[in-house]
Design a protein around this ligand. Structure first.
Ligand code: ARG
Length: 274
């Protein structure tokens, strides 16, 4: 009997100890309440914002109008945000930093006339395609660079990390590449506009960049520059999200499909083309 009492006593003690601990834990919480309330408010604010990253040196898809980033992708982003009842915030960075910004969670999505490629798909998830493109060559009128063959031995400017960069680098470096062992060189720039400036001053012979942006650059320098198709490979642009962010991706796809059905993307392109 005594033994039983003793065991009972121990059990009561253990019980008291546990409830004591937990009630102590509860007492500590009110002290945190303020800050958790604040973070909740902050999160609510954050929830209303949709952060898009881009590289705004790629008209008509994204370019600066004063301090503001505008263009086809910005218009699409407004529609995505509208459909979600949110407000879009657009940040401009270097093109080759866009995927890292998604992977590290800084951006909700990237809309940058970005071509869907198998390599990029290993790091991010892409929306349905919304624009088709090819690469173009920009050169000086008098140089008469019309085909890939004419690029042999030439200095070619590209925007770092783009599919144009990859296409030219491969053509030069791969032993079955069109420009292999021809003395052709690739020069990388932060933007195609910077490359075009070097083209104008004769530091390079050509720039390879997507068709519509190439045409925009040429329109603005119509006396000096021309542009022709670089290759046959057709590319499709997609909006990128962090891998596994299916909720956002689904609503982006819905908005894109609606815009495609309504012919809006074509409209945005012509609105932003000179
Ligand atoms: N479509 C090309 C690519 O994905 C070029 C995109 C450049 N976009 C930009 N916003 N600068 O590599």
């Amino acid at each position: 009997m005594k033994k039983l009492n003793f065991i009972l006593l121990i059990m009561i003690l253990i019980f008291a100890l546990f409830t004591g601990c937990s009630s102590k834990g509860n007492q500590e919480q009110p002290a945190d309440n303020n800050t958790s309330q604040e973070t909740k408010e902050e999160n609510k604010e954050k929830d209303k914002k949709l952060v898009m990253y881009t590289n705004a040196e790629f008209a008509p898809f994204e370019y600066f109008e004063g301090e503001k980033v505008v263009g086809v992708d910005a218009d699409i982003a407004q529609e995505i945000a509208k459909d979600l009842g949110k407000e879009v915030v657009i940040e401009h960075i270097d093109f080759d930093s866009l995927i890292p910004a998604l992977v590290t969670g800084k951006a909700d999505f990237v809309a940058a006339g970005m071509t869907i490629t198998p390599e990029r798909e290993e790091e991010v998830d892409f929306s349905i395609p919304y624009v088709e493109s090819v690469q173009n060559i920009i050169s000086k009128k008098e140089a008469e660079l019309k085909t890939m063959d004419d690029l042999k031995g030439k200095k070619i400017g590209v925007q770092l990390g783009t599919t144009g960069d990859l296409a030219v680098t491969d053509a030069i470096n791969l032993d079955d590449g069109d420009l292999y062992n021809t003395g052709a060189e690739v020069k990388t720039y932060a933007s195609a506009l910077e490359a075009a400036l070097d083209l104008m001053t004769g530091r390079i012979d050509a720039v390879v960049i997507d068709k519509l942006p190439a045409e925009e650059i040429v329109k603005n320098n119509a006396d000096n520059l021309v542009t022709v198709k670089f290759g046959e490979i057709s590319e499709a642009y997609g909006i990128a999200v962090e891998q596994g962010n299916t909720e956002l991706l689904e609503s982006i796809n819905k908005t894109l499909q609606r815009l495609l059905d309504e012919g809006k993307i074509e409209e945005f392109i012509s609105n932003h083309s000179n």
